[in-house]
Design a protein around this ligand. Structure first.
Ligand code: GAR
Length: 189
């Protein structure tokens, strides 16, 4: 059985979608969800889904080997950042080469980097008057949103569309494609 560990900081709609997608899967299982936000809605979702969720604070992540040691025990085949907002420390990147992936709600390299997350991204896309946006699934390295791109998916947008409408379109792409790309990676497809 291949093991996934999910990292999330927020609402957890991607976590829920990924957990549901792999429930009952013959080859892939979700080991647990890790979050750096004690009150993140993702924890409520995990409670409802029956998935173990663990909270760690920033100190346990960046200044101590706590999360790293936990991951070494679990031995995940893939670590998936699903709306996780902290930078991944270099020790973790080095310990899991090409085993950490992230989803970003725009077409990188555009609209990436520190501070570019969630609604901020869609607001910037709208402000620039872009005619398309999308999602990028990429490997994680020491720099925000700079790792090698695995897959991108696009959607057209018009000038009249609001930030909320753009958000909905991008979330739809995430729901459709993210679990599938994870499965492809784990099954070597
Ligand atoms: C998702 O749209 C994800 O692409 C984005 O945060 C949202 C989390 O939503 N990630 C980033 O912006 C990373 N820079 P969720 O908590 O409902 O899955």
């Amino acid at each position: 059985m291949k093991r996934i560990v999910l990292f999330a900081s927020g609402s957890g709609s991607n976590v829920e979608n990924i957990v549901k997608y792999f429930t009952g899967h013959s080859d892939i299982t979700i080991s647990c969800v890790l979050t750096n936000k004690r009150d993140a809605y993702v924890i409520d979702r995990c409670n409802k889904l029956g998935v173990p969720a663990f909270y760690f604070n920033k100190a346990g992540f960046t200044n101590s080997p706590l999360v790293l040691e936990l991951l070494k025990c679990i031995k995940p085949d893939l670590i998936v950042l699903a709306g996780f907002l902290l930078k991944i420390p270099s020790e973790l990147v080095e310990a899991f080469p090409r085993k950490i992936i992230n989803i970003h709600p725009a077409l990188l390299p555009k609209y990436g980097g520190k501070g570019m997350y969630g609604r901020h991204v869609h607001t910037a896309v709208k402000a620039r008057g872009e005619s398309e946006t999308g999602i990028t699934i990429h490997y994680v390295n020491e720099h925000y949103d700079k790792g090698a791109i695995i897959r991108q998916f696009k959607v057209g947008i018009s000038e009249e569309e609001t930030v909320d409408q753009i958000t909905t379109k991008v979330q739809f792409l995430e729901q459709i494609h993210f679990p599938q790309v994870i499965e492809d990676l784990l099954l070597g497809r």
